[in-house]
Design a protein around this ligand. Sequence first.
Ligand SMILES: Nc1ncnc2c1ncn2[C@@H]1O[C@H](COP(=O)(O)OP(=O)(O)O)[C@@H](O)[C@H]1O
Ligand SMILES: [Mg+2]
Length: 298
Amino acid sequence: MNWDHARRILAWDGRRAAAVPAGPLRRPAPGPGTHARSLCIASGKGGTGKSVVTASLAAVLAETRRVLVIDADLGVGNAHILQDVAPEHSLVDLVEGRAGPRDVVAHCGQNLDLLAAGSGVSHVASLEPWEMSLVAGAVSEIEREYDWVLVDSGAGISTQTVALAAACDRVLLVTTPDVTALTDAYAFLKVLLQRDPRAAPCFVVNRATSEAEATQVAERLRGAAHKFLARDVRCLGWLPDDRAVVRCVNARAPVVRREPTAPFAAGLRELAAVVERDFAAGPSLGLGARLGRSVGPA
Ligand SMILES: Nc1ncnc2c1ncn2[C@@H]1O[C@H](COP(=O)(O)OP(=O)(O)O)[C@@H](O)[C@H]1O
Ligand SMILES: [Mg+2]
């Protein structure tokens, strides 16, 4: 398969898309020219809490806005588990030509949809540029129907992962107090800023045992970014280490829904308020278009 194949799939999907309505949405879609705000939830290291943060952030934003979660952990995604849905199709089917963009949209609840990543499919963990272009085309086609697109990123600093983050309006890094998570968060920052010097990444400290620990961790990352990258990187807050998270993962539900009074849920709501207040304003260039330009043929 190659770029021509990709274009054929896109054209085919475009024709089908007109006939298939999207899932039920609370409000009419924004007019032409408007795009969803996109936020990539990333980290250098796996297991820092990207997916649990994305699941709860999506649930909070979906209380008032239309939200699309893109599980970008291709081939090993688990965002569908955290929303307790079993999507019929995933981005793997899209890339391999078995499904169109709207076939891949899984409805997770009021105002909340998901593009699943597919799981147990090792050969898509790294996509070719033309395959990324197919994903970009699909996102372009549907993103105007949402207010927010949240990208639940894969771990690591691969070209694919960083390209997706750089194409989003904002990047929220999730680190834990572990020195390995901090080191990898710094590595992600460095590579992201090399790729897109205009990016304004920020971060949240997850699994902190106290505010004092979170502050100390935040200062370390901010200090390293200031000293070695000459950048001021904002910390949006912290989330406590909380057994409720583990219980909710095992119950396949976002913490804010299943255990709304848990300390993690309270921290998450504060984080969501900052995201809504500080990131919602201003025009978005559109995730699909930006991604398509960054991975497309010269
Ligand atoms: N704040 C937290 N408190 C307790 N456990 C957490 C917390 N955040 C994450 N975890 C644990 O870490 C695991 C991995 O989280 P996940 O979001 O899947 O990581 P990632 O998406 O970054 O790989 C979760 O299943 C949960 O057990
Ligand atoms: Mg994950």
